[in-house]
Design a protein around this ligand. Structure first.
Ligand code: F6P
Length: 459
């Protein structure tokens, strides 16, 4: 791709949002893996970003920030309830994550989804330079590829799904399955986290639309559509550089002191029911109960980033986890020495890296996860090759980080045994495993991911 040509990114959220700080209004980075992955690849490349500001009825004008031209798309209070809380986060999110919560089908939410997708398509079509590349992201905007194509047939259109694409029998239950597939087929390249996602999409497209397989591609309306896996990654160098900084190393030592010099098992997640935070804590409690480890020797640190708190399932999850933390600390903590440290807020990257360095074990146990970039951040931060990653086999990252201890997050005994083995592992084995994962990570950084996708789209 010609770098000077620029790129138009279209995603539900803009990369930054406004907050009222001590010094007046300031910009903060939006939550989630999508923004942390995309921001580094846009640096130094003329780019525009079409997205929502994160506030209802916000009349924000277009603005430039960190070299990106941001084009805000407004959402009303009602659309927040019906489009975002409703169709995105109570229909698509649970359904795409193996129906971990029952998805709800509402025609009103579907109408809002269509209307909001039209607005994003209008904004993208209005801002994209002639013959440029438009890259649309994630489950909020699956109708946008086709809508943009109708408005601007001159553009090259890519779509990447950051979350898992569901099994065929689950997708087939969606009353609007055909419209969603047709929306995605408007793209020239449709990217998924894993090959199974691409395969399921191909099969469903042939079953519910006129698309046909031809030479490894999908033939649709006399166009050729590529659908395959592009596993997303991180800016590896950024994390290794942070891990080598003296102030970050000092902060890691401070975390160790503050947790009483005990071995640290760390969890870092958005507060989401797909992440398996509760079963991981239960697995830790099992270890304490069976006396395989003592609370005097090990501590669990859970960072939980608040998310989607307007949705009932998320509020219930938060209450459940906080009850569980209280129960575990009540049973196994001492005054001044809790068994679990639970922190509900987001951490800046340097603080996170200090935690990654301090942690002997990172436990990432989602019940379903498109990729999981936290697992990759931990591996990138372990520059001395020590530390152990306990990782769910149901995360996309499990396909690449071959040195991790893989677990079935539903199997509490299995997870506690894996955490135990991780704590007991010799330094030699740690190094051997961590090197394996680090090599895999270095072969696929976020820049490789973007280059691969954009080369397919423009080549
Ligand atoms: O990775 C999935 C995703 O929905 C991203 O699109 C988003 O950036 C992140 O999770 C955070 O979710 P939300 O935008 O709903 O806060």
């Amino acid at each position: 791709m010609n770098e000077s040509q620029g790129l138009v990114v279209v995603a539900n959220r803009l990369p930054v949002f406004r907050v009222r700080g001590d010094a007046g209004e300031e910009w903060q980075t939006s939550p989630g893996g999508l923004v942390s992955a995309l921001r580094p690849i846009l640096r130094g490349r003329p780019s525009r970003w079409v997205g929502w500001t994160g506030r209802a009825d916000d009349k924000q004008e277009p603005f430039e920030h960190d070299g990106i031209d941001n084009c805000p798309v407004p959402l009303s209070h009602d659309e927040l309830r019906t489009f975002y809380d409703g169709f995105c986060n109570r229909t698509l999110w649970p359904l795409y994550h193996a129906a971990l919560r029952p998805p709800r089908f509402s025609r009103r939410w579907w109408r809002a989804y269509r209307a909001v997708n039209e607005r994003f398509a209008d904004a993208a079509a209005a801002t994209a330079p002639p013959n440029s590349v438009v890259w649309i992201h994630d489950y909020h905007l699956q109708l946008v590829p086709d809508m943009v194509r109708r408005r601007r047939p001159d553009l090259r259109i890519g779509f990447f799904l950051h979350i898992p694409f569901p099994p065929q029998e689950l997708f087939a239950t969606i009353p609007w399955r055909k419209q969603l597939l047709q929306g995605l087929l408007g793209a020239d390249v449709v990217g998924f986290q894993t090959p199974l996602g691409g395969y399921n999409f191909g099969q469903l497209s042939r079953r519910f639309t006129s698309a046909r397989r031809k030479k490894g591609r999908l033939d649709y309306h006399n166009r050729s559509v590529i659908a395959r896996a592009f596993p997303i990654s991180i800016d590896v160098q950024l994390y290794t550089d942070l891990a080598k900084r003296d102030d970050v190393k000092r902060r890691a030592q401070e975390f160790r002191r503050r947790t009483g010099g005990r071995r640290i098992i760390l969890g870092v997640d958005r507060l989401d029911y797909t992440k398996g935070i509760d079963s991981r804590l239960r697995a830790f409690a099992l270890l304490l109960e069976s006396k395989r480890i003592s609370p005097a020797d090990a501590v669990f640190v859970q960072v939980a980033v608040p998310s989607r708190e307007r949705v009932a399932e998320y509020r219930d999850l938060k209450a459940g986890i906080e009850r569980l933390v209280g129960e575990i600390n009540g049973a196994y903590g001492e005054i001044g020495r809790p068994a679990v440290h639970y922190v509900r807020r987001s951490f800046p990257a340097d603080e996170l890296v200090a935690l990654y360095i301090a942690a002997d074990v990172l436990a990432i146990t989602p019940l379903r996860d498109g990729m999981n970039l936290v697992a990759k951040e931990y591996v990138a931060s372990r520059v001395d090759d020590t530390g152990v990653l306990v990782l769910s086999e149901f995360s996309g990252a499990a396909r690449e980080l071959s040195g991790a201890l893989l677990v079935n997050p539903h199997d509490l005994e299995g997870v506690s045994s894996a955490i135990h083995s991780a704590l007991e592992m010799s330094e030699q084995d740690q190094r051997m495993r961590m090197r394996k994962s680090r090599r895999a990570l270095e072969r696929n950084t976020v820049f490789d991911w973007a280059d691969d996708f954009l080369a397919e789209l423009t080549g």
